[in-house]
Design a protein around this ligand. Sequence first.
Ligand code: SF4
Length: 270
Amino acid sequence: MRTLPQLELHVAHACNLACESCAHYSNHGHAGLLDPAEAAAWMDAWHGRIAPRTFSLVGGEPSLNPRLAEFMPLVRARWPETAIRIVSNGWFLHRHPDLPARMAADGNAALFLSVPHASPEYRARLAPVEALLEGWRRDHGIVVGRYESHARWTRRYRGFGPAMAPYADGRPRRSWERCVARDYPQLHAGRLWKCPAIAYLGLQDARFGLPHAWRPYLDYRGLAPDCDDAALAGFLAAEEEAVCGMCPADPERFEPPSPLRAHRRDAAPA
Ligand code: SF4
């Protein structure tokens, strides 16, 4: 059994927001909800080999999955000691009135509100979400945290949709050293992936047909559950890899436009 600090699971690829240069590509209008039965099969394949200290239900926006609460007992049944986190932008948590009671019953589940924009307009519109979460905290005693995710926001790739381009700075070590996503491996399609940027790159290719420059990175396949122990140990210990070459060696801070806008119209149809 190998311990890892963190493991994330996309329970929805779709997102109601459109944060420019999202590391999960959730600003690109992807669809798709994970079925709990499929997630259970993925977990079964790794249960007994890995033990994540924290297991995060993410997306996309996880609350777009109407079966969100069903994923918690799946995780708990396999990893009794793990801390479960739900990371949400909050807008649709009101669709899950049973969630706080189920989190409270779990005993080691927390909800983190991700705040991707610092504008007064965004904060004002978040007020009903904050009121809802305050009620959950008061009435159910659940732990509610907050990520000011805009504070670390950098450009992860150039361009958008079919015109998206990798950085290809040729300094993968420096890209990895300065990467804010490097500690977030993903469980996706039954495999372990180094980070969201490589896990969901295939979704981008399927939707847009990415340019040739992405081919070397699209060849990355993630780690299959029938791998041997040496391969698993190597995966967990790996620092920079060739795929890190797609990311910026000198991440650029920028002022992202409001994520409340509609998905970009120059995106290809689903
Ligand atoms: S490929 Fe490497 S540098 Fe890029 S997001 Fe993943 S871990 Fe970070």
